[in-house]
Design a protein around this ligand. Structure first.
Ligand SMILES: *Cc1c(COP(=O)(O)O)cnc(C)c1O
Length: 482
């Protein structure tokens, strides 16, 4: 190293550690991560020494260390803006919790009467907490909350058909979200799958021969696909009658957990929990984070003697629901007591109900408020779009929606720039254009979404300028959108 070598002016880790700027980092991150960030910054400084005098060099090193620290401590789980127009987007965490549910979750994070009966001081059960609300909202005698609906189905099969047959229609052997395949869940839970009927048609007579001696009759709502045309399956009432005659419990996995059809006027038919209970189904299972709009949970409601058996199953311990989940679920269920409250306070329901005109004006206003026009050749327009419910609910059903459409840019590059923002903005690509659907952007977040998109457009424009093909995508983009 020569006299003039700037590396000679690099301070030591200890000298940097002693600087006043570092003090708050020590409180926030702890000594050992700060030390390793400083070491890493110095290492970088050695291969590309910062310019300037000692003080400037030290400041540059601290700046680099701060970057390293913030990257080190950046959480893996981060909030994103959902511009996909998929309301219940499983990859983006499905339901958005209501403010009341978030507040309840915070309160529950500390000590609480999770398993303590405050009146008597004796031991209570965590499975008592949402029961009266679920009884009230569904008309069922008894209820049980587990981790998710897959666990609910597994528990039901394991309790009633461990080593015996589970009778399911061939038209209902669904796969949900890749890893939940009904035949596998039945088998892994100890049940012996007994398929009846055909893919498109299953009659009550098909069940009759199989019911006697079976452990469980299982009806599954094929929530994420539709069989159209020459299709038939027995009425739920007929299955209830058969289950009674054969003395075999009937479980109905309704999936989405719609409590009240009036909440979603104009939507296609979806079985309701209450409807299934009223028809006489022994056990109804559904998700907490689909149309209910609550936290990830599996809800089981039904006849008291059947649900009580589930409460004694040892597997319940493995499917145990967390206290913060219970709190959020209780708050969400409470909002469902009044449909008018549910419609405005539960984000999932509000997003599904918002008028296309309402979505459009939110999109238009925020786009107009963006100060700078998009770069030359790039078009940013507010247009009609199509949103979907998602979460395997209402397959094929589309909601009229509105959003921003960016054309004249490499859509993949733009999508990447939006994902790299903080928070990330997730959109979709349609016919070479980048689409941000405003239905799933919460009111109040439109300006933030617009600012992220504007910055990403600039970035992608800079990145794609002069790239071959940039011209072509500019010409072909508008007018092609369906
Ligand atoms: C979504 C769904 C499930 C799985 O529910 P999770 O809460 O995601 O475990 C099971 N059955 C049906 C019919 C569904 O729609």
């Amino acid at each position: 190293m020569s006299e003039g070598d700037p590396r000679r002016r690099l301070p030591s880790v200890d000298a940097l550690l002693d600087r006043p700027e570092v003090e708050p980092w020590l409180d926030r991150y702890g000594r050992s991560p700060v030390r390793s960030a400083l070491r890493e910054a110095l290492e970088l400084g050695r291969s590309a020494p910062p310019a300037g005098e000692e003080e400037e060099i030290a400041r540059a090193l601290l700046e680099s260390a701060e970057d390293i620290l913030s990257r080190m401590f950046r959480p893996s789980l981060r909030p994103v803006l959902n511009g996909t127009g998929v309301v219940l987007h499983t990859n983006l965490g499905r339901a958005v919790l209501a403010p009341e549910a978030i507040a309840a979750q915070r309160r529950a994070a500390g000590y609480g009467n999770v398993e303590l009966d405050l009146a008597s001081g004796s031991r209570g059960s965590r499975y008592d907490h949402c029961v009266s609300l679920l009884r009230e909202l569904t008309g069922a005698e008894e209820a049980l909350v587990v981790n998710n609906n897959a666990a609910a189905v597994a528990l039901v099969v394991n309790e009633f058909a461990n080593g015996t047959e589970v009778v399911v229609s061939r038209g209902e052997l669904v796969e949900i979200g890749g890893s939940f395949r009904m035949p596998d869940v039945v088998t892994r839970s100890g049940g012996i799958l007994r398929e009846v009927g055909t893919t498109n048609r299953t009659r009550i007579e098909d069940y009759e021969g199989a019911a006697r001696g079976a452990g469980l009759l299982l009806r599954v709502h094929p929530s994420n696909y539709r069989v159209e045309g020459f299709a038939e399956r027995p009425r739920l009432e007929d299955l209830v009658g058969l289950a009674r005659r054969a003395a075999v419990p009937l479980a109905h996995d309704v999936g989405s957990g719609l409590l009240c059809p009036e909440l979603l006027p104009g939507f296609p038919y979806e079985p309701t929990v209450m409807g299934s209970v009223a028809a006489g189904t022994g056990l109804v299972t559904f998700s907490g984070d689909k149309l209910l709009g609550g936290p990830q949970a599996g809800l089981i409601v039904g006849r008291a003697e059947l649900v009580r058996r589930l409460r004694r199953n040892p597997l319940l311990r493995a499917f145990r629901v967390d206290k913060t989940t219970l709190a959020a679920l209780e708050a969400t269920l409470s909002l469902h007591r009044d449909p008018a409250v549910a419609a405005t306070r539960i984000p999932t329901i509000r997003m599904l109900r918002e008028s296309a005109e309402g979505v459009r004006s939110r999109a238009r206003e925020a786009a107009e408020a963006v100060p700078a026009a998009p770069p030359a050749g790039v078009e940013w327009s507010t247009e009609a779009t199509r949103a979907v419910v998602g979460g395997g609910s209402f397959p094929g059903f589309e909601l009229e929606s509105a959003g921003w459409i960016i054309s004249g840019l490499d859509a993949d590059m733009l999508a990447g720039a939006c994902r790299a923002a903080d928070p990330a903005l997730i959109g979709r690509i349609e016919e070479g254009c980048f689409v941000v659907d405003m239905r799933t952007i919460p009111p109040g977040d439109e300006p933030l979404a617009a600012a992220i998109l504007a910055a990403a457009v600039d970035e992608a424009w800079g990145g794609s300028a002069g790239r071959p093909g940039a011209e072509g995508s500019l010409d072909s983009a508008p007018g092609e959108r369906g």
